[in-house]
Write a new protein. Structure first.
Length: 369
């Protein structure tokens, strides 16, 4: 963990659990201006880890018969996804990102188009939207108006925050309350989480770190975006939590304490999905599947918002769990071709995650041939 800090991350903090033992650690600073140190219990914007909470809420409604996974979304939200598109796209496709609906973020933040080194790319939109209050419908309409990313039900999905905001509107329609309220009562409280919730304003309540965004070198030095109106992402990525709460949440979820066995099996049926950074991931219904050779299969999610990054993974047997947060994002500057360069932070984080998740497991064999 100290190596992650020395590589350039201001602050990193984590909790690791293994067979009844718990380790908590932190390295670095929460505030570059004052030198205030980070500590393991800080609250943090956990980004798209929120999607697992939202997916679990949807699966609860599936269990109660109010939602069918393979029902067209147009049956529930014809005003948002009308016509043939609404008939082709199912609830399952929104959950596993095979709907073909593109992400709205490049349109809500127009100066981000062409990242990391496009001619007009800049961080201007981040400042323009710091206190802007978006509505979910406004953002959904931006995504739906953009050229489709793929055909509905394509064998390879395309990750999109628009999908999750549509699921939030679906939850509101079938429960008669806001998605945030439903998730709070039926997922967060059911899991026994004490420091997790949706923000009610731009500031985080309780002890937390500042959160520094580099935007691939476009913001240099990185700027603090810990104060930010999170309506730009809502039930897709707005949750604030702690590393202890995240480990508790995935433990309860994967042990059947949030959804039933049948729902969990559906959540763990994966398809290949192209992530926002272009990488390929195995994605279920709000869950990532991560296989580490020589170590095991893990379930969980990662998340990033401006200045904050988080990863939470739990081994399939439930014994080994890691939740880790960093207070710097998009530290990789582009090379001459415009591609983000690998940074020492990447290698330090990879080493830390391997040690935290695998402990004494032998390293994966080197490739041959």
């Amino acid at each position: 963990m100290d190596d992650v800090h020395r590589a350039g991350v201001p602050g990193v903090y984590a909790e690791v659990r293994d067979a009844g033992r718990t380790w908590r650690g932190a390295s670095g600073v929460a505030d570059l201006g004052t030198g205030r140190p980070v500590s393991p219990g800080l609250r943090h914007r956990v980004g798209s880890i929120t999607k697992t909470f939202t997916a679990a809420a949807v699966m609860q409604q599936v269990e109660q018969g109010r939602i069918r996974l393979d029902a067209p979304i147009g049956d529930h939200l014809p005003h948002l996804v009308p016509g043939e598109r609404g008939r082709k796209i199912t609830v399952r496709m929104l959950l596993n990102h095979t709907s073909g609906i593109p992400d709205y973020i490049p349109y809500a933040f127009p100066s981000l188009q062409g990242l990391p080194s496009g001619p007009d790319a800049s961080g201007r939109s981040l400042d323009d939207n710091r206190y802007r209050r978006f509505s979910p419908v406004e953002l959904i309409e931006l995504g739906l108006a953009a050229p489709p990313a793929a055909e509905p039900g394509a064998p390879v999905g395309v990750y999109s925050n628009t999908n999750t905001l549509l699921l939030g509107e679906l939850l509101a329609r079938v429960t008669g309350t806001t998605a945030e309220d439903y998730i709070t009562r039926n997922v967060i409280e059911r899991a026994g989480l004490r420091h997790t919730g949706f923000p009610t304003g731009p500031r985080i309540k309780g002890p937390h770190s500042r959160m520094y965004e580099g935007l691939y070198g476009l913001i240099d030095p990185p700027r603090d975006y810990s104060v930010y109106d999170m309506s730009w992402t809502g039930v897709g990525a707005a949750l604030v939590s702690t590393m202890e709460d995240l480990n508790r949440f995935y433990d309860r979820l994967l042990a059947g304490g949030i959804v039933n066995e049948s729902s969990l099996a559906e959540m763990q049926r994966t398809v290949p999905v192209r992530a926002l950074d272009g990488s390929m991931i195995e994605y279920g219904l709000g869950l990532h599947k991560v296989v580490i050779p020589g170590c095991g299969t893990f379930w969980g999610h990662d998340g990033t918002v401006w200045g904050a990054g988080t990863l939470s993974l739990t081994r399939a047997d439930g014994e080994r769990r890691l939740s880790v947060a960093v207070n710097l994002q998009r530290w990789n500057k582009p090379d001459a071709s415009g591609r983000p360069q690998r940074h020492p932070i990447d290698d330090a984080l990879l080493t830390f995650r391997r040690e935290a998740l695998c402990g004494d497991a032998p390293p994966a064999p080197a490739p041959t041939g």
